[in-house]
Write a protein that binds this ligand. Structure first.
Ligand code: PGA
Length: 221
């Protein structure tokens, strides 16, 4: 099973999202479509919060494509103006990123990440835990992502050896999905995929262009 997730970060409005989706869906190869419908491949779209529901509507009838939030509130429902609580995602998104390096830079400590993780789980949303270092690992996570800070948005990809070494520093959990993120694009993905070091990728900048993102996926099949 392979996972390829698009993290749009703070990009795109509804018109751009519609255009993206139309171009993306027409550029996915027959092989990728087969992999999506047989569940050999899971693609994820992580748009900005206001686009979660529109993207959910655009993907009706498509199989193998999940929708996720880029973050959730550390609090449950309540008096928290501006925060997106995990239970409000029900019926729209199935996953949520917690502990992304950019949120950690804005002040999310590991204890805040734990709270967000727990709120997502309480709401039956699958939390995806991003780690820059192995002390940011969360044991019960179903999906974890190694994203070294220097590789995010820099054009520099971690070497297969480094990714392998990082993975081997974590507890050996057969059922845990391990992804890599950091400057993955339709070129850099080729060497990563041939090494079989991870279950898939979290893609930022290279997911903004629907053709490049479709190519990236097509090349992994
Ligand atoms: P990048 O971002 O692919 O632009 O490096 C990855 C991420 O931050 O999730």
């Amino acid at each position: 099973m392979r996972y390829i997730y698009a993290n749009w970060k703070s990009h795109k409005n509804i018109i751009q999202a519609r255009e993206w989706m139309q171009v993306f869906l027409t550029n996915i190869s027959e092989g990728s479509k087969k992999a999506l419908s047989s569940r050999a491949l899971e693609v994820g779209i992580f748009p900005p919060s206001p686009l979660l529901y529109p993207v959910h509507e655009m993907l009706k009838g498509e199989s193998g494509i999940i929708i996720g939030a880029q973050d959730v509130s550390r609090y449950a429902e309540g008096k928290h103006t501006g925060l997106v609580n995990a239970s409000s995602l029900s019926g729209i998104a199935t996953h949520a990123i917690v502990g992304h390096a950019e949120m950690r830079l804005y002040g999310d400590t590991q204890s805040v990440v734990y709270e967000k993780f727990a709120r997502a789980q309480d709401a039956l949303i699958i939390p995806i835990v991003c780690m820059r270092k192995n002390d940011e690992y969360i044991d019960d996570a179903q999906i974890v992502v190694y994203e070294p800070e220097y590789a995010i948005g820099s054009g520099i990809v971690a070497t297969p050896d480094e990714i392998r070494k990082f993975r081997s520093s974590l507890p050996d959990k057969k059922d845990q999905v391990f992804l890599y993120g950091g400057s993955v694009n339709d070129e850099t993905v080729i060497s990563l995929i041939s090494q079989n070091i991870c279950d898939g990728f979290l893609v930022g900048a290279a997911s903004l262009d629907p053709i490049a993102f479709a190519n990236l996926i097509n090349r992994t099949i």
